[in-house]
Ligand binder design. Structure first.
Ligand SMILES: [Zn+2]
Length: 389
C-alpha cells in the first residue's frame, strides 16, 4: 500500500513492486500482521470517564443505574464554581482527555459519543478524532417533555461553535415519554440527523413494554414518576420504539443484549436504515450477559462496535471488544468483525467517504493487528493493535 505524508492512501498493491509504480515513493516498511482501517467506536459516553472503577460490576442494569444516580453528580459542575465543584470539574475534564488519548492509541479514529452535558465538548473539539455528539435526552413524564427538549436544544446551541457534528437523540425506550420521543423524531427528520438509542439491554425492558411491570416500573416509581396515565404498549420494547420513529432516519440500536431473532427481523421490517451496536465488555461489566452475536451474523444485519463508557468498562479498545466476540462466537469470520468495527460504523456516522475501508483517495487511519492466528485468520488473546498511520 502506498500512503502519502497526510495519511491518504494512493494505491494498494498485491506485490512488492511499489517503488517503480509510485512516483516519488519513499521507503517500503514491512510488517507481519493484518492491516485494517482505523476503528470506529460507535458508542461511548466520554463525560462518564471519571467514573472508571467507581461503580461495582455485575449489579445488573437496574442496580447499575441506581448506583449511577447515587455516584454521579446530578448537575454539571459549573466553571469557576466553589472549590469542591471546581475539583470535580477538573477530575471530569482530565478523565475525558485521558480517554480520548486512550482511544487514539488503540486505533480509534472516529466516535459516536453520548453527551448529557457540555463538559466534553471542548476536548472533542480539540481532538483530531472525528466525533459525532449525540445529545441524549430522557424524561418519562410527558409533562416535562417540552422542558427536557428545550434543554437539549440549548445544549445543541452550545455545540454550534464546535467543529464536530451533533444531533439530539433519546436515551432508551423506557426512559422517554411518547411525547418527548415524538419531538426528538421530528427534530431528526427536520435536521436529517441520525439517532443512537440504548436497546434491550435487559429482559426488564421487554417485561415493562409487554406487561407494564417489573424492575423498570419499580425504578421509575423510585424516581417519583406517576405511571397511572401511561398505557402499556403490549409489545416488545424495540417494536414500540421503532414504531414511534421515522423509518427514513439512520438509527443505531445499542447493546441488544436480549434481542431475539424475531426482534431483529421485526425491527428491520419497520426501519430499513437500522444499525446495531455491540459493547460486549460493558455487557459483561453490568449484566454479565452477552448478546447472541451469531443471530445478528445469521440475519446479515449491519452491526457496529462500541466501547460504552469507562463507568462500565476498564478500557476503550475496539480490539478488546472484538476479542470477546471472537471467543464467544468463533463462527464469525474476522473479515466480518472488521466490517463491524470499521466500515459499518463509518457508514452509520456518515463518514464513509474518508473512513471505514482501505481504498485509494481515503484517509481512514491504518492499523496493524499483530499476533493473530494467521493460519485460521483469527484474533487471539495476544493480538495487539498498532497505529501505523
Ligand atoms: Zn451507553
Amino acid at each position: 500500500m502506498a500512503v502519502d505524508s497526510n495519511g491518504i492512501i494512493l494505491q494498494i498493491f498485491q506485490d512488492r513492486t511499489v517503488p517503480e509504480l509510485v512516483e516519488g515513493s519513499g521507503e517500503i516498511e514491512e510488517y507481519k500482521g493484518i492491516i485494517c482501517p482505523g476503528f470506529i467506536n460507535t458508542h461511548c459516553h466520554l463525560e462518564l470517564s471519571w467514573l472508571k472503577g467507581k461503580i461495582p460490576m455485575n449489579t445488573g442494569l437496574d442496580g447499575f443505574l441506581r448506583e449511577f444516580m447515587l455516584t454521579a453528580p446530578t448537575q454539571p459542575p459549573p466553571k469557576g464554581g466553589g472549590d469542591s465543584r471546581r475539583g470535580i470539574q477538573d477530575e471530569v475534564t482530565d478523565a475525558i482527555k485521558r480517554a480520548i488519548l486512550e482511544m487514539k492509541t488503540n486505533g480509534i479514529v472516529a466516535c459516536g459519543d453520548i453527551s448529557n452535558k457540555s463538559i466534553s465538548f471542548e476536548q472533542k473539539d480539540k481532538s483530531e478524532l472525528f466525533f459525532h455528539t449525540f445529545i441524549e435526552l430522557y424524561g418519562f413524564d410527558p409533562l416535562r417533555a417540552q422542558k427536557v427538549f428545550q434543554q437539549g436544544k440549548d445544549l445543541l446551541d452550545q455545540h454550534h461553535g464546535i467543529r464536530k457534528k451533533a444531533s439530539i437523540t433519546a436515551h432508551a425506550p423506557y426512559s422517554v415519554s411518547t411525547k418527548l420521543l415524538k419531538m426528538i423524531a421530528d427534530e431528526a427528520l427536520q435536521q436529517h440527523s441520525i439517532l443512537s438509542i440504548h436497546n434491550q439491554e435487559s429482559e426488564d425492558e421487554n417485561i415493562f413494554f409487554e406487561k407494564g411491570e417489573g424492575k423498570i416500573r419499580d425504578r421509575l416509581e423510585w424516581y417519583g414518576i406517576d405511571l397511572k396515565d401511561w398505557k402499556v404498549p403490549g409489545m416488545r420494547s424495540v417494536e414500540w420504539l421503532l414504531s414511534q420513529l421515522p423509518s427514513s432516519i439512520k438509527t443505531l440500536l445499542v447493546h441488544n443484549t436480549v434481542s431475539k431473532k424475531e426482534d431483529i427481523q421485526r425491527a428491520g421490517e419497520i426501519n430499513p436504515n437500522l444499525y446495531w451496536c455491540f459493547c460486549p465488555k460493558a455487557n459483561i461489566y453490568i449484566e454479565n450477559k452477552l448478546p447472541d452475536f451469531n443471530l445478528f451474523y445469521g440475519e446479515d444485519v449491519r452491526c457496529t462496535i462500541g466501547t460504552d463508557s469507562l463507568a462500565s468498562n476498564d478500557g476503550l479498545s475496539i480490539l478488546e471488544e472484538l476479542k470477546i466476540i471472537t471467543k464467544t462466537s468463533p463462527e464469525i469470520p474476522l473479515e466480518i468483525l472488521l466490517n463491524w468495527a470499521c466500515k459499518n460504523g463509518a457508514e452509520f456516522l456518515g463518514i464513509g467517504k474518508q473512513y471505514g475501508t482501505l481504498e485509494p483517495g481515503k484517509k481512514p487511519g491504518i492499523l496493524l493487528l499483530d499476533g493473530c492466528d494467521f493460519q485460521n485468520l483469527r484474533l487471539t488473546e495476544e493480538t495487539k493493535v498498532r497505529v501505523l498511520v
